[in-house]
Design a protein around this ligand. Structure first.
Ligand code: DX5
Ligand code: ZN
Length: 221
């Protein structure tokens, strides 16, 4: 099985010590840093904004994978591009102009991502796959870390993988929510290339290096 990239979600880290958290997972072998931006409207929780992304940009060389759980994401593209986001992922439910928002992201030289909530049918993203650098399947209801993986996400991952391959598209296929060493192999088998994990990495009592080792061992089998 091809080894996926790992994108630890700093939502589960200590917000007062984010730079240390990012440096720790970078040392542990993380590939990307997943940054969950929440506005208290699109999801019932609030995290941080562009300044945090700009400050994190100074703390690590890893790609910043910014997941916007906000309404009208198109209004924020310039600010997150200026802040140094590597990937900027919007929710298909949050924008009235998904093609326009994706084009605006790419127009700023940022890689464009598109995601969907667990209750949104996978068809909602299919028409846009040719215009994205990353498709993200949510495997929990967005808003909080530490929730249980929703099995229905696997069918969406397989459907997107099939469409990407059929159309010879090379977008990353990322899965976010409830990913643990005991379900990671199934998610990768379904076609994911990037795994987001928050609580499994930052709340592992043995630390992030050990957490990433557990994931890699589980996937290698
Ligand atoms: C949920 C976020 C996730 C979250 C994942 O709204 O998008 O990135 O941090 O956390 P775990 O891995 O604990 O489910
Ligand atoms: Zn996320």
């Amino acid at each position: 099985m091809a080894e996926p990239k790992f994108a630890p979600s700093i939502l589960s880290a200590d917000f007062a010590r984010l730079a240390e958290a990012v440096i720790a997972v970078e040392r542990a072998g993380a590939d990307w840093i997943h940054v969950d931006v929440m506005d208290g409207h699109f999801v019932p929780n609030l995290t941080f904004g562009p300044k945090m992304v700009a400050d994190l940009r100074k703390a690590t060389r890893l790609p910043l994978d910014v997941h916007l759980m906000i309404e009208r994401p198109e209004d924020w593209v310039d600010r997150y591009a200026d802040a140094g986001a590597t990937y900027l992922t919007i929710h298909v439910e949050a924008s009235n102009d998904v093609p326009g928002a994706l084009a605006a992201i790419r127009g700023r030289g940022v890689r464009a991502g598109l995601t969907l909530n667990p209750e949104t049918p996978v068809e909602a993203v299919m028409a846009h796959l040719g215009s994205v650098d990353l498709a993200l399947v949510m495997s929990v209801h967005p808003g909080f870390g530490g929730q249980t993986f929703i099995e229905g996400a696997l069918g969406k991952v397989k459907a997107i993988r099939e469409t990407l391959d059929k159309q010879h598209l090379t977008a990353e296929l990322e899965v976010d929510g409830g990913i643990k060493p005991d379900n990671a192999a199934r998610v990768v088998s379904a076609g994911a290339t990037v795994l987001v994990a928050g609580s499994a990495i930052f709340e592992d009592p043995d630390g992030p290096s050990s957490a990433l080792r557990k994931f890699k061992m589980a996937i290698r089998g």
